[in-house]
Design a protein around this ligand. Structure first.
Ligand SMILES: [Zn+2]
Length: 247
């Protein structure tokens, strides 16, 4: 009905109002529909003359900001549970490891359960214990092989620990236990060091068919921890014993 169907809003709107040009007179039965249409376009207030610009609705000035977007997503996706952003992004570990822990918290690491969700058929078995299907929470939290790595630190601090169901819960609980740690920054690194060592061992078994015993994986976990802790305070190099004593 409108004459110029490809017109933009700036072609049709001026501060005086809308200017639609119809190609013929309206029929009686069309008048109400056109009136409704005018009512609808009148609800778009706040129009200004000027060039079209991208306007992000999450910000009062229409400017996209990553931290505002993060907060919006954090608020809407996590349904009230606290998202452990600090434990993931403020931990002094290599950035690629932070990204990996973030994927773990999202339960999106490519363990066999997630590979199967992508349509690949597998007979899922945990590479470490061989007893159950491989999921993020099993591999990194509940597997009896993995538990041996956790126990290095839990036994050392005499903590009686019930492993939570999910990675996010582990990160929150670990932070709470950190109040007893001598050095909280170092304490915060421990879960990442465990998970990185476990993931390396899992991939060594999966892709190279090389199986290391648990002692070797414990050692590589401690070495990751010491290496990352030494980067924390760049002016002093601490030994393995010093790092373990300081957590
Ligand atoms: Zn297992």
């Amino acid at each position: 009905l409108v004459l110029f169907q490809q017109s933009t809003i700036s072609d049709l709107w001026s501060p005086e109002g809308w200017n639609f040009i119809f190609r013929r007179r309206l029929n009686d039965w069309e008048i109400m529909r056109v009136a409704d249409f005018f009512n609808t376009v009148d609800t778009f207030n706040g129009l200004q003359t000027g060039e079209d610009v991208l306007w992000w609705t999450g910000d009062a000035r229409g400017v996209f900001k990553v931290n505002k977007a993060y907060k919006m997503m954090d608020h809407t996706i996590q349904h009230g549970t606290t998202w452990p952003w600090k434990q993931i992004w403020k931990s002094k570990i290599p950035h690629k490891v932070s990204c990996f822990v973030w994927l773990m918290a999202k339960e999106a690491v490519l363990t066999q359960d997630n590979v199967m969700k992508r349509g690949i058929t597998l007979c899922s078995r945990c590479f470490l214990c061989g007893e159950t299907a491989e999921t993020v929470n099993h591999l990194f939290l509940h597997c009896k092989y993995t538990q041996q790595i956790w126990s290095i630190f839990l036994n050392r601090k005499g903590i009686s620990w019930t492993m939570p169901r999910k990675v996010t819960e582990v990160l929150m609980s670990w932070e709470e236990e950190g109040v007893h740690a001598k050095d909280r920054s170092r304490w915060r690194i421990i879960p990442s060091a465990i998970w990185w060592a476990i993931w390396k061992e899992r991939n060594s078994r999966c892709f190279e068919s090389i199986v290391n015993n648990v002692q070797k994986v414990k050692l590589s976990c401690i070495l990751f921890l010491v290496f990352w802790c030494n980067q924390l305070y760049s002016n002093d190099t601490t030994s393995i014993i010093d790092v373990l004593d300081s957590i």
